[in-house]
Ligand binder design. Structure first.
Ligand code: MLT
Length: 410
């Protein structure tokens, strides 16, 4: 009989957010009257902005008319969107990225998961711990992660703890890392790296021949001037880094699906014979084979985010969520919690009360406050004893959730 990919058997039974959803559904089944407020998965609640809606309506009309109808688009994305990205997300910040270094996709989750296709399985991967679970799970699937360890984590993955003790700033690894995943502003801790803290990683990658996979899906939430929006703001980064971006959180596209990945032409890796090969070409080759492009309609919607009205409207939504985050930090501190993040990111990371592990706190909060969050240990061993809440719910729901938490713990 045929064989399956055994690597999948090494994965936890279910994906973190599926497990969270399963537990909430079970609780609702037992307590049908419960009004559960979801501050778990980072899903947005504000509808799409008017500029995107109008552009998408027009795009639907284009598809309804023989003269303007579009079938398969370019696998890399339409030039109108790639040019808008190059202009507004990069040139406006003093960074030169050519449109053909930008690959439009259906989101950063798929791209951060798929990028491993063009990288050898022998590479040693480093991740911060805790970390967005997609990075580790996809390396497990590819056979790059080794075997599960009794204390949690995988034997070939280099874990870089980010905890209150080190101010959530990862230390450079002692063992040589070939591929380093960095997500800043960070999911799940909601913390950020300054320009000088990120520069250390770019310098490390340049000195060690490493590749940085930089997920900046939350860059729109940055408030501090010394926090870079793109890794390419750091000199030398184009030779060592791929950057992933998403319209999901910045423009409410979690349901529409659109994101992009930047693979600079200067970025090169070695083949098994020691010859240098450009990654831009490899990723293009991979995408042309496995991907038929994001939909025309979603790309028109994403392009509208770069018009003056689109920028203003998207900004309003981001500001609204950051207003939630500020309220969460203040109220949780009032209730006696030690809280982190939430200043340059839509996530608040808190320490669970002494003696309560992350999943026990999840159950307690769900049962006693009817508030759902995400247990820190789901993001990695060093996340144990922490808990994540998102700022993406409505102001009313966020306020009500905090009222319940303060009443219970304050
Ligand atoms: C999260 O809650 O961590 C994110 O929403 C997940 C994602 O973006 O895939």
């Amino acid at each position: 009989m045929f064989r399956i990919n055994d690597n999948f058997l090494q994965l936890a039974e279910s994906y973190l957010f599926s497990e969270v959803a399963r537990r909430i559904a079970a609780f609702k089944e037992e307590n049908p009257a419960a009004d559960v407020i979801r501050l778990g998965i980072g899903d947005v609640t504000i509808p799409l902005c008017q500029a995107a809606i109008e552009a998408m309506h027009t795009a639907v009309d284009d598809e309804a008319n023989a003269a303007t109808f579009r079938g398969y688009g370019p696998e890399q994305g339409y030039p109108f969107l790639r040019e808008a990205i190059a202009e507004h997300d990069y040139r406006a910040r003093g960074v030169e990225i050519a449109p053909d270094e930008i690959f439009v996709s259906d989101g950063a989750k798929s791209d951060t998961g798929n990028i491993g296709d063009i990288l050898a399985t022998s590479n040693r991967v480093a991740v911060t711990d805790p970390v967005y679970p997609v990075y580790v799970d996809t390396n497990v699937m590819a056979g790059r992660a080794g075997t599960p360890m009794p204390e949690g984590g995988f034997s070939r993955v280099i874990y870089l703890p980010v905890t209150a003790e080190n101010g959530f700033v990862p230390e450079l690894p002692e063992e040589k890392a070939d591929i380093i995943y960095l997500c800043y502003p960070n999911n799940p801790t909601g913390t950020a790296l300054t320009r000088s803290q990120l520069k250390k990683w770019v310098d490390y990658a340049a000195a060690n021949g490493s590749l940085i996979l930089y997920d900046s899906a939350y860059e729109a939430f940055i408030r501090q001037d010394d926090v870079p929006h793109s890794i390419y703001e750091i000199e030398g980064a184009k030779k060592v880094a791929i950057e992933f971006r998403s319209f999901s959180k910045t423009a409410g596209f979690t349901g529409v699906r659109c994101g992009y990945t930047v693979v600079p032409k200067e970025l090169k890796g070695l083949d098994s014979e020691g010859r240098e090969v450009g990654l831009n070409h490899l990723w293009n080759r991979r995408q042309c084979t496995k991907f038929n492009g994001a939909s025309y309609i979603s790309q028109r919607g994403a392009t509208a985010i770069y018009t003056p009205e689109g920028q203003r409207q998207a900004r309003e939504a981001v500001d609204y969520y950051m207003g939630n985050a500020a309220m969460m930090l203040a109220e949780l501190r009032k209730a006696g919690f030690e809280v982190f993040g939430g200043e340059n990111a839509p996530y608040v990371w808190l320490k669970t009360p002494a003696g309560t592990d992350s999943w026990a706190f999840f159950d307690l909060l769900l049962k006693e406050c009817q508030v759902a969050g995400t247990p820190g240990s789901g993001f990695g061993p060093a996340g144990e004893g922490y808990f994540r809440l998102t700022a993406f719910n409505t102001r009313e729901n966020t306020r009500e959730a905090l009222r319940r938490i303060v009443a219970r713990f304050g």
